[in-house]
Write a new protein. Structure first.
Ligand code: ADP
Ligand code: ADP
Length: 234
């Protein structure tokens, strides 16, 4: 079934003094369970705006969005927070880790917010860190880790509530290409384990990891097709 259904979505930012930015202008996209989609486009084309709407971090000016069959505009704040925490794991370019906290503590934070008992938190955070091959770094703080290791901690944190959808906004943007490829190999693994992956990137090499590439220009979908990874040679 379809886990993300975006229909005719518009987003206008009001800049004051009657100035407006039309960041999204009628975007329609449907993403099925276990798809691996890259959203590509130049800077300012609306990628982050679309990602924030898909992640329920912002609301559209117009249009409909169904997340796992729920019409998002009809959810109250509590329902929205619950569905977002359950269904979506976020990965960002800048990792967004707490500097003073160990890898283990960063990963268990979402579980503190939802009241999971300490023993279970510890067990699940350790398992999540093992899943991203960071067994040996659980008690390190972010500044004691490499960029790639920091992104692994962020991915472990994104996975801790066992979401079905991973939303990643330029996840390799702060990494060298070798480390970036290692992180993308990890996304491949998550995809093969059944996660739906939506990735924003402006790097063609990174978009090639996805199976479907949606190009966005000036707030509109410009093309939507299989990546050359799955396209048959002509
Ligand atoms: P598949 O090809 O994998 O069977 P479909 O596109 O036929 O996927 O849809 C599968 C499920 O997704 C159906 O149960 C349908 O009810 C649900 N679905 C399809 N479109 C929407 C939509 N716009 N909003 C919510 N759920 C939808
Ligand atoms: P991308 O991620 O592709 O670089 P964005 O979605 O960040 O594009 O931006 C799309 C357009 O919307 C740009 O013109 C940008 O300047 C504008 N924009 C984005 N966020 C805001 C905001 N919070 N307020 C006003 N304008 C914004």
């Amino acid at each position: 079934g379809e886990v993300i259904v975006v229909h005719d979505l518009w987003k206008t930012y009001d800049m004051g003094s009657e100035q407006q930015v039309h960041a999204l202008q009628g975007v329609t996209v449907r993403i099925k369970h276990n798809e691996y989609v890259a959203i590509m486009g130049p800077s300012g084309s609306g990628k982050s705006t679309l990602m924030n709407l898909i992640g329920c971090l912002d609301t559209p000016s117009r249009g409909q969005y169904w997340l796992n069959g729920h019409l998002v505009s009809e959810l109250n704040d509590d329902e929205l927070a619950r569905i977002r925490n359950k269904e979506i794991g976020f990965v960002f370019q800048t990792f967004n880790l707490l500097a003073r906290a160990t890898a283990l503590h960063n990963v268990e934070l979402p579980l503190i917010y939802n009241g999971t008992p300490a023993a279970e938190r510890l067990q699940r955070a350790e398992a999540a860190l093992r899943a991203v091959n960071l067994d040996g770094r659980m008690h390190h703080k972010p500044n004691e880790l490499s960029g790639g290791q920091r992104q692994r901690v962020a991915i472990a944190r994104a996975l801790i509530n066992r979401p079905s959808i991973i939303l990643a906004d330029e996840p390799t943007g702060n990494l060298d290409s070798k480390t970036g490829d290692e992180i993308m190999a990890l996304f491949d693994e998550l995809h093969s384990r059944g996660n739906t992956i939506v990735l924003v990137t402006h790097e063609p090499d990174i978009a090639e990891y996805a199976h479907r590439v949606v190009h966005i220009r000036d707030g509109k979908i410009f093309s939507d097709q299989p990546s050359s990874r799955v396209r048959k040679p002509e």
